[in-house]
Every structure is written in structure tokens, then in C-alpha cells.
Design a protein around this ligand. Sequence first.
Ligand SMILES: C[S@@+](CC[C@H](N)C(=O)[O-])C[C@H]1O[C@@H](n2cnc3c(N)ncnc32)[C@H](O)[C@@H]1O
Length: 230
Amino acid sequence: MQIKLTNDGSRTLYSEEFDACYHSESGAWSESRLVYLQHSGVDASLAAGQNTSVLEIGLGTGMNFLVTADRAIQSNAPLTYTAIDNFRPPATIIRELSLQSQLTTPGMESAWLDYYDRPIRHAQPLSWMPPVVFTPLAGQAEILVQDCQLLPSLSFDAIYLDAFSPAISPELWTEKFFADLYRILKQGGKLTTYCVKSTIQKKLKPLGFCVQTPPGPEGGKRQVLLATKD
Ligand SMILES: C[S@@+](CC[C@H](N)C(=O)[O-])C[C@H]1O[C@@H](n2cnc3c(N)ncnc32)[C@H](O)[C@@H]1O
């Protein structure tokens, strides 16, 4: 694993094993904020003080989680955040990302590093920093979402689909997986991702998703994907 400096000054990880970055090289924080927090409607929901539930596929460095948790804390809005990953990067690497530099709430990075230093408590909700409840799930997302017994909720306001590309993680871009995600989204709930491939859009539409392609972050992808459960 290597640290990669992205164009907005924030850092992300590069995995040699998959020859893939954890975020857009045009700006890791810009991508987290726009594609996930904002396009998903979570930013607006938290700003209005509403109770909001998010499922993230691919927790990775925790950047998307921290951006969202920061917003919830600033708005004092209850956030329940469930995140799945089948791999946890070492805490020593996470330390080098200097995550606090982009966050408003003091102490978030150290709270995150404390979590990283401890053994993962699979499927145990953690009252992380009030009003945020964080539930980490370790394992294959396609299996955990299909079984759904370990999920703390069966109706999410938003799903952040931040998997590696369809070429690297094909199991997270199948019709079957999208159908399972559709099932656990609330009516009007939104799934966001950076991948706008027409093959992916063609799998989402027949399931009942309304698919839009809003602009991506400055200097990055021209369009990203927003799929709403109608
Ligand atoms: C693009 S990175 C996620 C970046 C992350 N959202 C962040 O903020 O750092 C993709 C993640 O998907 C995870 N992953 C790959 N295949 C998976 C699978 N089948 N089930 C669960 N996680 C998977 C990888 O371990 C990696 O952390």
C-alpha cells in the first residue's frame, strides 16, 4: 500500500495488489464530499437535523465515513452509518493520511485511529462520537447484503457504492447485488457511485432505479451516478 497525494491536496491509498486508488486522483476529499455526501442527499438531510441512515460498500480508509460523520456532528443530527469491507488497511498507513486536516470537528482523526488500533468488533454498533452510531461489518459485501441478518437496518436513506471498478470487483456490480441493494433502500432513497458506465446503468434501470448522471468533482470525472429508488 502506498500513500497518494491527490490534486486537491488530500491523500488517499494506492493498492499495488489491485493497481487501484481508493479515491479519484483528482481529489479524494472532493470526491467524498460531492459524490457521496452531497449527491446522495445525506448532506441536506443532516443539515435539516434529520435522522439519517447510510450504508457504505467499501469502507476503505474511512474518508467517506468521516466526511459524513463530521457533517452529522456539526448539525447535531443523528446518523447511523453501517460500512462493509473485506479488508482493513493497517493503522500505520491510515495515520499517514492526515485525515484531520480536512475535518471541522476536533478529535475525529484520533477517534478514528483509536478504532483502527482495536480489533474489529464485527456488527457491533459503536456509539462513536455522538450523535453518530457506526456499525462496521467485516466480510464480502455481496454476501452480507444478501443475507442481511447482520445489517442493523433493512431500510437505508442512502447507499454509498464505493467499490473498486467493475473490472476489479465484478461481484459488487452485478444485477443480483443491485437488486439486493434496492431492497434495503427506503422509497426515495439514493445510491451514489463514481462509475457511470452504460453497462452499469442498464443493470440499474430495470430494477426500478431512476438513474441520473450529475456532474463529478472539479478536475475529475465529468459525470458520476445517482440512482434513486422511485
Ligand atoms: C475504492 S475502495 C473504498 C474507498 C473508501 N470508501 C474510502 O473512503 O477510503 C474499495 C474498497 O472495497 C473493498 N472491497 C473490495 N471487494 C469487496 C467485497 N467483495 N466486499 C467488501 N469489500 C470489498 C476494498 O477492500 C476497498 O477498501
